[in-house]
Ligand binder design. Structure first.
Ligand SMILES: Nc1ncnc2c1ncn2[C@@H]1O[C@H](COP(=O)(O)OP(=O)(O)O)[C@@H](O)[C@H]1O
Ligand SMILES: [Mg+2]
Length: 264
């Protein structure tokens, strides 16, 4: 269930080049974060994974399928995609109907669907809101409905476009637990994030994107210790890394690494 992207170029009809030669490979079970300034091309890149967007040139292959030859409906069995803007994703009259749509469409048996929907609502803290109309909910709650809808599809690849934006501290903790759970199930998780602490704590590998190109693609700690790459992508390092640098400690990007290097 690998993802292979070869020399991907994407140009919008108005002439804007959003992706300018991106190549990368993601293996099954990896946890990969994508970071970069607004307009770097992050959303356009991940939209290629479920085929909403098709390459202008180059290829995107998901589990052996060239996405140019498969519909978004076909790719939906392999790749779940959380939209950056939930209002582009939700359309049903109740939260439960929105969350049920994917597994129903994928033809899952009733018992499996019921179990997945209950789990997805519980994991996102929405069980009590299952019968609400999505538009009665705040934007941050709607984003979690959209996340639940993706989780309920039980796809081997889960792509999250800014899952923590607008979420409070508890919700961010829930999303971290969800990512850990997906990882334990052996799924591949690819997420775009602006929260560098969240990135460092939850992803083994990080890709920095700027102006449609990959600036760096490395294990997360290594990516953030390359000052030139962090600057080129106009990012800020995780707080722990800034702290360890200021204290002249060995570099650490997570609380666990810091404790290990300080105690050990
Ligand atoms: N529908 C569109 N039409 C034309 N240009 C677009 C469209 N959507 C995005 N862009 C442009 O493509 C580039 C990449 O955008 P996007 O992939 O949304 O970046 P990011 O997710 O990193 O903020 C930006 O320059 C953006 O302005
Ligand atoms: Mg985006």
């Amino acid at each position: 269930m690998s993802i292979e992207i070869e020399s991907l170029v994407y140009r919008f009809p108005n002439g804007v080049t959003a992706l300018d030669g991106v190549s990368l490979r993601i293996d099954a079970g990896e946890r990969v974060a994508i970071a970069g300034q607004n307009g770097a091309g992050k959303t356009t890149l991940v939209r290629h994974l479920n085929g909403i967007v098709k390459p202008t040139s180059g290829t995107v292959t998901v589990d052996g399928w060239n996405t140019a030859d498969h519909s978004t409906a076909q790719l939906a069995a392999k790749v779940g995609y959380l939209f950056q803007n939930p209002d582009q994703q939700l359309f049903a009259r109740t939260v439960r109907q929105d969350v049920e749509f994917g597994p129903r469409n994928l033809g899952y048996a009733d018992s499996r669907r019921t179990e997945l929907v209950s789990w997805a609502l519980e994991a996102t803290g929405l069980t009590d809101r299952a019968d609400s109309h999505p538009y009665e909910l705040s934007l941050s709650d709607r984003k979690r409905v959209a996340l639940a809808a993706v989780l309920a599809m039980d796809t081997p690849i889960v792509v999250l476009d800014e899952p923590t934006t607008g979420q409070d501290h508890n919700a961010v903790g829930n999303i971290a637990s969800i990512i850990a759970n997906l990882h334990e199930q052996g799924k591949t998780v690819v997420a775009i994030t602006h929260d560098m602490d969240f990135c460092a704590e939850n992803f083994d590998r990080t890709i920095f994107l700027a102006q449609g190109r990959i600036i760096t693609d490395a294990p997360t700690t290594e990516a953030f210790t390359k000052d030139a790459a962090v600057n080129a992508a106009a990012l800020e390092s995780p707080q722990i890394l800034r702290l360890t640098k200021a204290l002249s400690h060995p570099p650490a990007t997570t609380v666990d690494q810091f404790i290990e290097s300080t105690m050990g």
